[in-house]
Write a protein that binds this ligand. Sequence first.
Ligand code: ZN
Length: 338
Amino acid sequence: MNPGEKILSLEQMDQWVATEKAAGRRIGFTCGSFDLLHAGHVQYLGAASELCDRLIVAVNSDASVSRYKNPLRPIVPQRERMYVVAGLAAVDVVTLMEEDRPLSLLLRWKPDLYIKGGDYAEDSLRSADAVKEYGGKVAVVKSGFETSSSRLIERIELLSAHAAPDNALDQGVQGLVLLDRDGTLIRNVPFLHDPAKVEILPGVIDGLLKLQAAGLRLAIVSNQQGIGLGYYTVQDFVAVNQRLLRELGARGIRISKIYFCPHSLGEQCSCRKPSTGMITRAMRDFAVAPEQTFLVGDSDDDMQAGADAGCQTVRVGEEGFGRAAEEVLFRASANFKV
Ligand SMILES: [Zn+2]
C-alpha cells in the first residue's frame, strides 16, 4: 500500500472513524511530532497497535511543533513526517494535528483508547480526564530505547564539532571575518523571507574566495528584526540562508556559522547590532581575539557593533564587496603576515 493512502483529512477521518466503529473495531489514538523517526517511535507505535484494532496517529503540524518544542523545529516538514509514519505497518491511518494538544481531536472521534508514549504519568496527561469522561481509556507505553529526536540532534552537533580540520584550518586560522548578510553579501530586500529573492552582490564570490584562501574563517552576523516583529519565521530565515550557503558552497566557499538576532528593537536584547552580543559570542566560539576579527558590513550599526567589540571594521561602500575584501586582506597581512 502506498503510505500516502493512509493520510486522511479531518473530514475523511470522520467517515473512517464512523465506519470502523460501526464494524465494532476498537480504535486507538496517539499523537506526536515524529521528527526524525527512530527506534523508540517504532517500538511505541508497534506496542500501541497491539492495544487496539485500528491505530490513528495524529502528527503535529510544523507550526505546532515550532510553538511547543523549539522555533527551529521540526527538521522534517509535516508532509514528510506524516508519510514516514504512514509507512509503518503498525499504523492504520495518519492525520494532521494543527493544535498543540489532542483534546479537540479526541472529543471529535472519541477513540476507545488514548495512547501516549514515553514517561508520561497517566495523571499528568491533560486530556486524560476528557477521555475518561466519554468512557474511553488512557494507556501509557514505556519506551524501550534511550533515543529521542533531541538526542539525535545533539549527537549530530557533537559529530560536526569534531569534524576533521578543513583546509583553512590546516593553514592556520589567521582570523575571523564576520559578515553582515543583507546589503553586504546579498541584495537588501526589506524583510527578506523568499529564497528565490536571494541575489548575491557583485564581488562577493571573488572576495570571499580570497579571504578564505588567506586563512580567514567566515561567519555571518545578521539582525533579523522581521522575526521578532512577526513578518516571517525563523524557518523562513533558515531557508534563505540555505539558498545562500548552497550558492556559496557551489563556488567552494564555506560559511562556518550564522549568528542571528531574532529580536525586535523594542525587545532591547544584547545581540541586535549595534549591540555586541553576536560578535562576542562568535569570537568566543572561534577562540579568536578582537584584533584578529573583522566586521564587514554596510551600515552604521555594523560599524558601531564591530568597534564596540574591539574588532577591526570595514565598510562595504559604493565600490562594493570586492574593495572591502581587499581592505581586510591588506590589514590582515599587515597584522598577521597572511
Ligand atoms: Zn537580539
